[in-house]
Design a protein around this ligand. Structure first.
Ligand SMILES: C[S@@+](CC[C@H](N)C(=O)[O-])C[C@H]1O[C@@H](n2cnc3c(N)ncnc32)[C@H](O)[C@@H]1O
Length: 222
């Protein structure tokens, strides 16, 4: 069963997602199906998505839901834990990481407020496992004032991501930007309509090579 058909056929607790997110989830999350993944979702709502992730990842997955609303606690169950707190509270997040271990995947579907998204990312991203995926969804809010966003506004998470693209490439800026932990622990960033995914990993040294019998042809780095 794919995530998409699971979503369409769901007749249990409500799941609140945008259809085009599903191929994106499959693209970035499928590697962990059947593995002992630690999956955090910020934003529990009615608990349906946590059940969907449990079914998708299988019996070894640890699913952790984070929500500010106490009533979400009732959606806990086998393999699914829920902790109540504010996604922007680093003390609360440190307790979650302490209890459940560093996440392999973080999906931020919480308040969609720009300062909250940034605070969760700032704390959780460096604490993830080294090949983790951090995905923020509903970034339509990054263009909306009521969420602290706005086109080109510094506080917009999309705007922060544009700066992170430069951090990813810091080694090529001829000293204008310092490489940092983000540069050294991020393999790629993926932009979609309303979503951004970060793939962690240890980037290989940037050393262009030539292989093959046409290797003598003048090229970009000849
Ligand atoms: C869009 S809903 C989550 C939908 C759910 N993931 C799904 O797919 O069905 C957003 C949730 O974020 C929670 N939330 C709002 N502000 C929050 C905050 N500061 N910290 C943690 N959760 C928050 C809300 O209570 C709400 O349940």
């Amino acid at each position: 069963m794919s995530l998409w058909s699971d979503f369409l056929n769901n007749s249990d607790k409500v799941i609140h997602k945008v259809p085009h997110y599903f191929p994106v989830y499959e693209r970035h999350f499928s590697h962990w199906v059947g593995k002992s993944v630690v999956f955090y979702e910020i934003g529990v709502y009615k608990g349906g998505s946590l059940q969907m992730w449990k079914k998708y990842f299988g019996p070894f997955a640890k699913i952790v839901g984070i929500d500010i609303k106490e009533k979400c606690k009732k959606y806990e169950g086998d393999q699914v834990s829920i902790r109540i707190g504010d996604q922007s509270d680093h003390v609360f997040l440190s307790e979650v990481v302490e209890e459940f271990g560093p996440p392999d995947i973080v999906l931020d579907d919480g308040s969609h407020q720009m300062d909250h998204i940034a605070a969760s990312f700032e704390f959780l991203y460096p604490r993830m496992t080294k090949n983790g995926i951090y995905l923020v969804e509903d970034l339509c809010a990054a263009y909306w004032e009521e969420f602290g966003g706005g086109l080109g506004k510094e506080a917009s998470f999309i705007e922060k991501c544009k700066h992170l693209v430069d951090k990813l490439n810091a080694e090529h800026t001829r000293g204008l930007l310092q490489e940092d932990e983000f540069s050294h622990s991020t393999l790629s960033m993926h932009f979609y309509n309303s979503m951004v995914a970060f793939e962690k990993g240890q980037p290989a040294a940037f050393e262009p090579q030539k292989h093959g019998k046409e290797a003598g042809i003048q090229g970009l780095w000849s």
